[in-house]
Design a protein around this ligand. Structure first.
Ligand SMILES: Nc1nc2c(c(=O)[nH]1)N[C@H]1C(S)=C(S)[C@@H](COP(=O)(O)OP(=O)(O)OC[C@H]3O[C@@H](n4cnc5c(=O)[nH]c(N)nc54)[C@H](O)[C@@H]3O)O[C@H]1N2
Ligand SMILES: Nc1nc2c(c(=O)[nH]1)N[C@H]1C(S)=C(S)[C@@H](COP(=O)(O)OP(=O)(O)OC[C@H]3O[C@@H](n4cnc5c(=O)[nH]c(N)nc54)[C@H](O)[C@@H]3O)O[C@H]1N2
Ligand code: SF4
Ligand SMILES: [Mo]
Length: 737
């Protein structure tokens, strides 16, 4: 095919996974639309209750209406006015509702005994023992020796932070270092904020770099991509793997993984040398352009980029020219994790270059361009009822070593390193499976094993829970109410996770209960003298909404705060401008303007090494859904746990589709069946990222497939603090060959 280009038709309908995922409804029926509504209501026996709530199968937290008949969940329908759901959930959203009734649910607090076995204890005993250990750690080492890792959830992000800060520790980390830390931190250096939104549906051209709406789904994103395609927008996927978004794309650019920075630099060279960029926009809005431009002009020719990326120079030139023609209704989409969220030594710097490229297009806040939309948040509350927690004295641990890491995320992998080194002694995990997903699993097990106190709050016995001293069982998301969730976007809004069903296991508790009660046991209960309803009501009052109204509506929007096209964003950078140069980056030991950074390791065909890359599947979320029976059945039916190998390499190694192969490197080895495909760059091995569960108490997930993080060495991205999840090389050989 010319210029490595593949047409979209070549791959239409190619994915069994997407089709199957769309059909999955778990034990709960998945219906959308008003008709289904009416039909069901007419047929209903027993008492039907309807509750608006939010999904918990991934961080998008889509809104839906739950139907409960005689106390049991029978049906869920995506809420039409929730901005991410737009009337439908994805397969995970339907399937994950089974978690409430899972046989593998945690039902009681557990303590690891001297033999390393877990035994059930009372909440009072758990609180008292944990509090005693917390106090001992604070007395001996100060509160800086305590840390929390959490996946930001509506209540979780509030209660975990308040709890840690009340104890005097600033060490609150999200999962970000294994997700989107580099991306958000790199963007922040250029545009002063961690994210933007591409106006895909109104664009003339959008390029996705390692981002797949059709695999890593959010329903509204898939809808926008479909609309863009129908509107005739040019959609380009830059990905070593031809992902399932190709159904709505015009072109797949099969880049060498880890080289996206060189690719964008090469396109920037074309815009700059040919005078195709928006010079007026740059002059008005940016600082440091000339320095960067002279580097790009002299070094980053399309031929230079072709050598590194494996994409022909004429393709790079053509794409840059197409961008110039489509601008300002064009942008590089911000991505999420795949290419530069946390993957490489150059991820943060790649993020900077992506923002600079969009700046050359002059597309910020333009229809079809890259938008900086607004959000609404709760205002100040009554200080008597909700007293402010004093700011901890110490700084977030790791910020001095990785100064570019956003303080709202921190480097959780640095925290693990600090646990191994004895600087952190006590660690809490809320809704986080660090041990299976944030970096090298053997290293993390050893690091967390060195802790004096490890407490995990989960709903099932995750790999991280297996390592804990105490495991505290939360009720599932369907069994609790949480704080209001404020959502930014073209029209900002607020939505609510509400309690749908009674607790299936009466001895489980909600996040707010657990941290409030634990705080009381630790002697800082004065900061938690309110219920979650009271706090929700108070937060909502600051934006003129009542809890009752929100419960009735599910989602309430703020049209008066809606985004307006054409406005000039306020650049919240130190210079007040878009920064082609950054003092903070220079101070962190990087170049003031972004220059090409070679990945830490590169595959070598002669040595038989391949880069191990990962990615999401439409029916699975991280590690948390593999134990849901109906979702795992899709994997089994379609053998979706296979690793992908390019036809070219497979032929060279004498491997056929369906063969069992041994994947190995210096960290791990394991066997898997292989999918041999034209849809993969031959320098890569693709491993779907949801498998290889090693917790025997997750009976459905246990032992299925390989786990990517077993093969990733423990190392941290300079300056940015992320996990470098794809700086890993492996070899493959046929088992028995
Ligand atoms: N192996 C692997 N590693 C990954 C990824 C991957 O796909 N695979 N993805 C990466 C990305 S993009 C991200 S964002 C991070 C995500 O990392 P995490 O945020 O840690 O997500 P999960 O790995 O799904 O683990 C979530 C944990 O929360 C638990 N949980 C689920 N519901 C509840 C609840 O209601 N209450 C409580 N207390 N716990 C609950 C689950 O049982 C599980 O143990 O991982 C990164 N690392
Ligand atoms: N189904 C599903 N959807 C999800 C999630 C989930 O777990 N499952 N999680 C949510 C979360 S927390 C996140 S962070 C997002 C993640 O959203 P994405 O970042 O879109 O998801 P990934 O599948 O990790 O990566 C996307 C693509 O990046 C490609 N890729 C890998 N390496 C490279 C590279 O070096 N260069 C380029 N150009 N491409 C590369 C992969 O082949 C893959 O097709 O998804 C969200 N939505
Ligand atoms: S994208 Fe899917 S899994 Fe994520 S919140 Fe929405 S419905 Fe749930
Ligand atoms: Mo993520």
């Amino acid at each position: 095919m010319s210029e490595n280009m593949m047409t979209r038709r070549a791959f239409l309908g190619a994915s069994a996974g997407v089709a199957a995922a769309a059909a999955c409804a778990g034990g709960v029926s998945a219906v959308s639309g008003a008709q289904a509504f009416a039909a069901d209501d007419a047929a209903g026996e027993g008492v039907t209750r309807q509750v608006h709530t939010l999904c918990n199968a991934c961080s998008s937290k889509c809104g839906f209406t739950a139907y409960v008949v005689d106390g049991k969940l029978t049906k869920v329908i995506g809420d039409a006015d929730h901005p991410y759901a737009q009337g439908v959930l994805c397969a995970r959203g339907y399937g994950y509702t089974q978690i409430a009734y899972s046989e593998d649910r945690l039902t009681d607090p557990l303590k690891k005994n001297a033999q390393g076995k877990f035994e059930a204890i009372s909440w009072d005993q758990a609180y008292a023992e944990i509090a005693e250990k917390v106090k001992a750690i604070i007395d001996e080492n100060g509160p800086e020796a305590l840390a929390m890792v959490q996946d930001p959830r509506p209540s979780g992000k509030y209660y975990t932070k308040r709890f840690m800060n009340a104890l005097g520790s600033a060490n609150v980390y999200t999962h970000g270092a294994a997700c989107n830390l580099s991306k958000e931190a790199g963007f922040t250096q250029v545009i002063g904020t961690g994210n933007y939104e591409s106006d895909v549906e109104n664009s003339r051209m959008t390029m996705f770099i390692g981002r797949s709406y059709a695999d890593a789904i959010r329903p509204s994103s898939v809808a926008a991509l479909q609309k863009a395609h129908e509107n005739g927008a040019r959609i380009v996927l830059v990905d070593p793997r031809c992902n399932n978004s190709v159904a709505f794309a015009d072109e797949w650019v099969p880049i060498n993984p880890g080289t996206d920075m060189a690719f964008v630099l090469g396109m920037a060279n074309v815009l700059i040398t040919r005078g195709l960029y928006d010079a007026d926009y740059v002059a008005e809005n940016a600082v440091g352009f000339d320095e960067w431009a002279s580097y790009v002009r002299t070094t980053c020719t399309p031929e230079w980029a072709a050598e590194i990326t494996g994409i022909p120079a004429n393709t790079i030139t053509r794409l840059a020219c197409e961008f110039a023609e489509a601008a300002p209704a064009a942008s590089i989409e911000p991505s999420w994790r795949g290419a530069f969220g946390c993957a490489y030594a150059n991820s943060g710097e790649t993020a900077r270059v992506v923002c600079l490229f969009n700046t050359l297009l002059g597309c910020w806040n333009q229809p079809g361009g890259a938008l900086l939309t607004s959000s609404v948040s709760a205002g100040d509350l009554d200080k008597e009822k909700f007293p402010s927690v004093p700011k901890p004295e110490g700084k977030l641990l790791g910020q001095d070593v990785y100064p570019l890491a956003l303080s709202g995320m921190g480097s959780n992998v640095y925290a693990a390193q600090a646990a191994k080194g004895g600087q952190i002694k006590g660690m809490f995990f809320y809704n986080s499976n660090m041990a299976a997903g944030y970096s090298n699993t053997a290293y993390l097990a050893e690091a967390l094993g060195a802790l004096e106190l490890m407490v995990v709050v989960d709903v099932q016995m995750s790999e991280t829970a297996q390592l804990a001293d105490y495991v505290l069982p939360e009720c599932s998301y369907l069994e609790r109410m949480e704080l209001p969730e404020f959502i930014g976007g073209k029209v900002p809004c607020v939505a609510l996770r509400d309690q749908v069903i009674e607790r299936v296991h009466p001895n489980t508790k909600s996040c707010d209960e657990i941290f409030s009660e634990l705080a009381a046991a630790c002697g800082v209960g004065d900061y938690f003298n309110f219920t979650v309803e009271e706090l929700a009501e108070a937060q909502l009052a600051t934006v003129g909404v009542s809890l009752d109204d929100l419960r009735r509506a599910g989602t309430i929007s703020f049209p008066e705060k809606a985004f307006a096209y054409g406005s000039t964003p306020k650049w919240k950078t130190p210079t007040g401008k878009i920064q082609f140069t950054s003092e903070a980056c220079e101070k962190a030991g990087l170049s003031a303007y972004p220059v090409w950074v070679e990945p830490e390791v590169m595959p070598d065909a002669a040595a038989g090494t391949l880069r191990l890359i990962g990615g999401k599947q439409a029916h699975m979320s991280h590690t948390q859904t593999a134990n849901i029976q109906d979702l795992m059945q899709i994997t089994k039916d379609y053998e979706l746990d296979r690793v992908w190998l390019s036809t070219e390499v497979a032929e060279k190694l004498g491997i056929a589709d369906g063969d069992e192969v041994l994947v190995s490197n210096e960290c791990a080895e394991g066997k898997a069946r292989v999918k041999v495909t034209e849809r993969l760059n031959p320098t890569a091995l693709f491993m779907p990222s949801h498998y290889g569960c090693s917790s025997p108490d997750e009976h459905t997930a246990y032992g299925v497939g390989l786990r990517q993080m077993d093969f990733v060495p423990f190392h941290i991205e300079p300056g940015y603090g992320a996990t470098m999840s794809q700086e890993a090389l492996v070899t493959v050989k046929k088992v028995g060959a």
